[in-house]
Ligand binder design. Structure first.
Ligand SMILES: *Cc1c(COP(=O)(O)O)cnc(C)c1O
Length: 394
């Protein structure tokens, strides 16, 4: 690992594996190049495996980011006046609610205190007459994970389409699209998928595709699933097709990234993130820090949202940066200056030395501010947990 470059431990973009970087880093191939066709088709197939989706579902790979994927879900699923229910857990669910409103939905929000999630009964009480339910699997602004399984099942039992923003979760937090009958699970390349930014990725159920076909109007062309469908079908059949030029370097990287995620099996990947998060949370606790999520059960496995302890302010983020590790400041408007965020997903979750370096930089910055703990002990405890758990580390 180069010491000249800081370690990027924010909740996306993240550190990428050397293999992904190499795959993305070559001279740009054409979108009709045989290698791109194979990587594109293979990636669509592997997305179903990572999403635990069935053969009737439709994966999409589109140039853009998480926000484009969210926009596509709103544009393809909302008929004017449709009632949409948004489970609000932070900054990104707020964004989703506004997108749905602009798409013509009649939006009902179910809110919760910062760091909490609305309880399922409140969502159940609001679901009558609703056409679409939206939730953020992991809200990157609070580090809170919703119970996606319960929400997806509730939606499906009530004949409601469910959409989950998995941008800070997909491929790291367990999500069983088929088992839970979820309708759209969307993400972007730069989070737990482990690529540079630039791809919007989503898998769409047959029911959701039906809803798009029944819309009384066509969405903006770039967002329209039906414009992209023939392109996805062609690539999956290993034929090239064109609607808008895909970021070809990223397609080559995606194929490698998804293969790496699936190398030990997707369930092992989820478990890796669970254990990695346990080790990181153990370290925060041992340093006397507390989390934004109000309970351990709600804390995401992909990032930690950590409150500044007494006597420490947001300048800590820059201090950590001086120690060679980039972490993120607060994002949720209500508590922006009260906490910081550390990503621990994707490639970094497989690299004990990156996680140790991160704990070391945060611990060192806190000791400089007069906090009291034994950093060597904190690191030893984290190391022990990680050595027991990290798959593929060497
Ligand atoms: C990062 C993120 C987004 C936005 O993705 P962009 O690629 O920045 O547009 C949306 N939702 C969640 C949960 C995110 O973490």
């Amino acid at each position: 690992m180069s010491t000249a470059r800081p370690l990027l431990m924010i909740p996306g973009p993240i550190e990428v594996s050397p293999e992904v970087r190499d795959a993305c880093g070559g001279a740009p191939p054409g979108h009709l190049a045989p290698g791109v066709i194979e990587a594109f088709g293979g990636s669509l197939e592997r997305m179903r495996q990572v999403w635990l989706a069935d053969a009737s579902s439709q994966p999409f790979i589109v140039g853009g980011g998480g926000t484009v994927a969210m926009e596509m879900a709103a544009a393809n699923l909302v008929a004017p006046g449709d009632r949409a229910l948004v489970v609000v857990t932070g900054y990104f669910s707020d964004r989703m609610a506004e997108m749905l409103r602009r798409a013509g939905a009649n939006v009902t929000r179910v809110d919760a205190a910062v760091g909490a999630t609305p309880c399922l009964d409140e969502v159940r009480a609001a679901i009558c007459g609703v056409k679409l339910l939206f939730a953020t699997h992991v809200d990157t602004s609070t580090g809170v994970r919703v119970d996606a399984e319960a929400l997806a099942r509730l939606a499906s039992e009530n004949g409601v389409l469910s959409v989950f923003d998995g941008v800070c979760a997909t491929a790291a937090e367990r999500f069983d699209m088929k088992g839970w009958s979820a309708d759209v699970y969307l993400t972007a390349s730069q989070k737990a998928i482990g690529l540079p930014a630039g791809l919007a990725l989503m898998v769409v159920s047959a029911r959701a595709m039906e809803k798009r076909r029944s819309l009384p109007h066509a969405p903006p062309m770039y967002l329209d699933w039906l414009e992209w469908l023939p392109v996805m079908q062609a690539y999956e059949a290993r034929r090239p097709a064109y609607f808008s030029t895909p970021p070809t370097n990223l397609i080559l990287g995606l194929d490698i990234g998804l293969r790496q995620i699936l190398a030990h099996g997707i369930e092992a990947r989820f478990e890796l993130h669970r254990r990695c998060a346990a080790a990181m949370r153990g370290a925060w606790r041992a340093m006397g820090l507390s989390l934004v999520p109000v309970s351990e059960a709600l804390a995401a496995h992909t990032l930690s949202a950590i409150r500044f302890p007494d006597g420490v302010d947001a300048s800590l983020v820059a201090e950590i940066g001086k120690r060679g590790v980039v972490v993120a400041g607060g994002l949720h408007p209500a508590i922006r200056s009260e906490y910081f965020r550390v990503g621990h997903m994707g490639y970094a979750a497989t690299r004990t030395e990156m996680l140790r370096t991160t704990i070391g930089a945060i611990g060192g910055a806190l000791l400089d501010r007069g906090r009291k703990f034994d950093l060597a002990l904190v690191l030893d405890a984290a190391q022990e947990t990680l050595e027991r758990s990290v798959v593929g580390s060497d």
